[in-house]
Design a protein around this ligand. Structure first.
Ligand code: 13P
Ligand code: SF4
Length: 307
């Protein structure tokens, strides 16, 4: 039996579900029960009847699943699979800013630690950020964290000022504008699509800006163009399955790396072998202090109700 078959057997035996993000390796996406964006994965996590959730993604995603399912085992194949954006917002520093702005409603992008969610009024993802911000009365000031690029983009879309935390994603800030423009010129008639964690000069070139699931949906609905895709390259696997005859080109990163595209090193820490071992040994598990879990669940549930 190969590893994928062994995982499928174990999964059945243990009543486990595998949830994977679009940035996971192809082989992990293949063994997953559900592949999606952060919102879709949270919705799956709350509705699953499985006893064990194996989260093939990064730490904040598995933590969100655990916050929503405190009595279930939530496993992450590699505990070191973090996120630069989540790391850019340490809880103590964030608490200070909240204390300095007691009149602000606190909206946090889901890419943050459980402790940050526990200090938030509302959580959002890239697919519902505009909707969540618009759910707050226009006269009420908003503190938005941790992604300054998503924050700036939503400020523009909603035409409202927000106090922005200065965090960012190393992968989405690595795109080279000059290389992107050269690539765009060499594919006349192509369109650029981008994830809102990208910088504003990249977003301004895009015909569509949205979450990973939104980008896949957009391409599926408009399959007759060539696309330059400005997000992590793992998305191309599912996207290409949806539009087999469409040319999809990963947006180029500033630094020349092995694939001339952008890869999230944190996401890629998970491997099929680690996934198998974690399901077999039921470790590493995600643990959250009950006091943090109890506070962090409310803003996520509010988001799910509004989505
Ligand atoms: P999505 O929710 O759009 O999949 O984004 C998650 C993420 O980490 C993007 O870098
Ligand atoms: Fe975090 Fe960026 Fe990786 Fe997404 S791509 S998980 S935001 S580091």
């Amino acid at each position: 039996m190969d590893l994928s078959q062994k995982i499928a057997e174990l999964k059945k035996k243990k009543n486990a579900v595998i949830l994977a993000h679009y940035y996971q390796s192809t082989e992990i996406q293949e063994v997953a029960d559900f592949v999606g964006d952060s919102l879709g994965l949270s919705q799956q996590a709350i509705s699953s009847n499985a006893e064990i959730i194996v989260f093939a993604g990064v730490h904040f995603m598995a933590e969100t699943a655990k916050i929503l399912n405190p009595s279930k085992k939530v496993l992450l194949p590699d505990l070191a699979a973090g996120c630069s954006l989540a790391d850019s917002c340490p809880p103590e520093a964030f608490k200070k800013v909240i204390d300095q702005h007691p009149d602000h409603v606190v909206i946090t992008y889901i890419n943050c630690a459980a402790e940050i969610k526990a200090m938030s009024d509302l959580v959002c993802t890239s697919s519902n950020a505009e909707q969540i911000v618009n759910s707050v009365h226009r006269d009420v000031p908003i503190l938005f964290a941790p992604d300054r690029n998503l924050g700036k983009y939503i400020q523009k879309k909603t035409n409202r000022e927000m106090l922005l935390w200065d965090g960012s994603c190393i992968v989405h800030e690595a795109f080279s504008f000059d290389k992107l423009m050269k690539l765009y010129q060499s594919y006349p008639g192509s369109k650029i699509i981008a994830h809102p964690e990208s910088e504003s000069h990249i977003l301004e070139t895009a015909s569509y800006v949205g979450s990973t699931a939104g980008m896949i949906r957009y391409v599926k609905e408009n399959p007759t163009y060539d696309y330059i895709v400005a997000t992590e390259a793992g998305i191309l696997y599912k996207m290409q399955q949806e539009v087999p005859t469409t040319l999809l080109i990963p947006a180029p990163a500033e630094e020349d790396n092995h694939c001339a595209c952008s890869e999230c090193a944190f996401m890629k820490l998970n491997t099929l072998e680690k996934l198998y071992n974690c399901l077999l040994n039921e470790t590493p598990q995600i643990d959250i202090h009950p006091s943090v879990q109890q506070k962090a669940i409310a803003p996520i549930l509010r988001m799910l109700e509004l989505s």
